[in-house]
Write a protein that binds this ligand. Structure first.
Ligand SMILES: CC(=O)N[C@H]1[C@@H](OP(=O)(O)OP(=O)(O)OC[C@H]2O[C@@H](n3ccc(=O)[nH]c3=O)[C@H](O)[C@@H]2O)O[C@H](CO)[C@@H](O)[C@@H]1O[C@H](C)C(=O)N[C@@H](C)C(=O)N[C@H](CCC(=O)O)C(=O)O
Ligand SMILES: Nc1ncnc2c1ncn2[C@@H]1O[C@H](COP(=O)(O)OP(=O)(O)OP(=O)(O)O)[C@@H](O)[C@H]1O
Ligand SMILES: N[C@H](CCC[C@H](N)C(=O)O)C(=O)O
Ligand SMILES: [Mg+2]
Length: 486
């Protein structure tokens, strides 16, 4: 329980109607979740306007309302607080309500188009191996120590973030590693958090449906660095074209990592094979089970974070060399007859290019590469033709199929993808709407030695069609098929 006036610190108040000297037991921003003695924060969303649900929240028990516009007929005995930006106010209120758990741990955020889940998962694994109890907020799963809590978004809402960080503190975690998606940053889900390190992995086309333009998307990611406190470290991939702009206005201490450019933390790839990477990292040689040039970047991000957080270098290198790959990221299995199957979460053009160029680098001369790929519905449609084009650039056969169609017609999504194919690409392509059938066909077409890449869904264990999630697991289907390939 807290007094409303105490949780409004930093909320940029413009007007108050009623008393802020009231006890609050909960903060909610969805009227359907309002309970007795809660404060309801009305947020303008992408679908509806939370201001339209103020009365509903009060009906459900809210005793105070934080909003950008006061209702024309305020209800007696209810406190109304008008603020400049209610999503921002919500974030500060959540931090205040939970007593700033982000200040009580070493908090690391990772942002970028690709590699967020990989880097935070590896960091969580690494710090756990080093004997440090840690928390994790990721696309795949949230964790308090090793206890798993289901994740529904890449970055949870701001109330949930603070609740989870609070639980981490209560359960003795010293560190927390979280993904910061661009949606989360612009929606103020991460505002008010006291980050110690923020990592920038890379930026390339994605989410243009939401942000409107690539420049807005860059600006969204940059906001994370603009708002870092002075004591924080901004750890930046200096090989990315947009590295400089990210930290243009940051107060944090900037540190860099790179394979090519000058940087504080450097690595060189000696060998890149299906069994792993042989690297020189800060002049020391090490082997890791992680595959692909993109993972060298992820390891550099992990190494740099460990270094700026003060981990002993030798201890850090030893722990890095025993890290295990992340589920659904270049996860590979072998069929009894020698076909390699790779399941990877590449769902952006850049990720697909990286994964396929890695495969290109490790394949022999005679084998075929078969790509099974689809694109998600209700997401950036502009990436569809680009992804098909990349699949055809590297693949000998391309099976265009469904990802998560969501509310779109799967065949229409595939048609969008096909627009990226030239006549050569079209010749390589087969359209099989059912993802299960597409994987089966890829296996049936394969010869010993061939490589099958199944891209887009990685760790996901469902396929979302019209709001319903049906069980579907690329690796499971692949395994079943491989068992039949004798
Ligand atoms: C597009 C987007 O990001 N939407 C997020 C946003 O919802 P919204 O703005 O659409 O909300 P809305 O439905 O318009 O409602 C506006 C307000 O009215 C409230 N409301 C609504 C109905 C009602 O009856 N009563 C009521 O009070 C809502 O609670 C909300 O506060 O704020 C919600 C609360 O935090 C999120 O759950 C929701 O995520 C949706 C489910 C989503 O799919 N988000 C995806 C796109 C997303 O965030 N993805 C990124 C990762 C992307 C990546 O991989 O890089 C992520 O971080 O997961
Ligand atoms: N550093 C990297 N650079 C480019 N591509 C990467 C990198 N790391 C991983 N990838 C590719 O991107 C895919 C997604 O990786 P990951 O899940 O780590 O990214 P993410 O940023 O968390 O994605 P999301 O925004 O969907 O949560 C991987 O399956 C791989 O194909
Ligand atoms: N977090 C990403 C996941 C995309 C995964 C892919 N399988 C798809 O459904 O497009 C998004 O919401 O855009
Ligand atoms: Mg992720």
């Amino acid at each position: 329980m807290k007094l409303l006036k105490d949780i409004l610190y930093k909320a940029r108040i413009e007007e108050v109607v009623g008393s802020t000297n009231v006890a609050i037991e909960n903060i909610v921003f969805d009227s359907r979740e309002a309970v007795e003695f809660s404060v309801f924060v009305a947020v303008r969303g992408t679908q509806v306007d939370g201001h339209d649900f103020i009365d509903k929240a009060i009906e459900n028990g809210s005793i105070a309302v934080v909003c950008e516009q006061l209702p024309s007929e305020p209800i007696e005995n209810i406190t109304y607080v008008r603020v400049k930006d209610s999503a921002e106010a919500l974030a500060y209120m959540a931090s205040n309500f939970y007593d700033h758990p982000s200040k009580k741990l070493k908090l690391v955020a990772v942002t970028g188009t690709n590699g967020k889940t990989s880097v935070v998962t590896l960091l969580h694994q690494l710090f756990t191996d080093l004997g440090k109890k840690s928390g994790l907020l990721s696309t795949v799963v949230n964790k308090i120590g090793t206890k798993e809590i289901e994740a529904s978004l890449t970055t949870p809402d701001t109330v949930q973030i603070n609740q989870l960080l609070q639980q981490m503190v209560d359960e003795g975690c010293e560190y927390a590693f979280m993904e910061a998606s661009s949606h989360a940053i612009v929606q103020h889900r991460t505002t008010g958090l006291d980050f110690d390190v923020a990592v920038f992995t890379n930026i390339s086309r994605d989410h243009l449906d939401y942000h409107g333009s690539f420049n807005n998307y860059i600006a969204a990611k940059k906001m994370l660095f603009d708002n870092l406190p002075q004591h924080a470290h901004a750890l930046i991939n200096n090989d990315d074209r947009h590295a400089e702009v990210m930290v243009q206005n940051t107060k944090a201490k900037v540190e860099t990592f790179a394979l090519k450019s000058l940087a504080n933390f450097k690595a060189k790839i000696l060998e890149n094979q299906l069994t792993g990477l042989q690297l020189i990292l800060d002049e020391k040689e090490l082997f890791t089970k992680l595959v692909g040039r993109f993972n060298a970047y992820n390891l550099l991000a992990v190494y740099g974070t460990g270094m700026v957080l003060g981990v002993d270098q030798l201890e850090l290198m030893t722990a890095i060399s025993s890290l295990n790959p992340v589920d659904g990221r270049f996860q590979h299995i072998q069929s009894p007859n020698g076909v390699t199957g790779i399941v990877d979460y590449a769902h952006t053009p850049d990720a697909l290019e990286n994964v396929l160029s890695t495969i290109q680098g490790i394949r022999g001369g005679n084998e075929s590469v078969i790509v099974v790929v689809g694109c998600g519905g209700d997401r950036d449609a502009g990436k569809r033709p680009e992804m098909a084009q990349i699949a055809a650039k590297y693949g000998d056969r391309v099976l265009l199929t469904s990802d998560n169609p969501r509310t779109e017609d799967p065949d229409a999504i595939i048609e969008d993808m096909k627009k990226g194919l030239d006549p050569v690409g079209l010749k390589k392509a087969l359209t099989i709407t059912s993802r299960e059938e597409a994987i089966k066909t890829a296996c049936a077409l394969s010869q010993p030695g061939d490589i099958i890449l199944i891209a887009g869904k990685g760790h996901e264990t469902y396929q979302e069609v019209n709001g319903v999630r049906h069980h579907f697991d690329d690796l499971e289907v692949l395994n079943e098929q491989f068992n039949e390939l004798k």
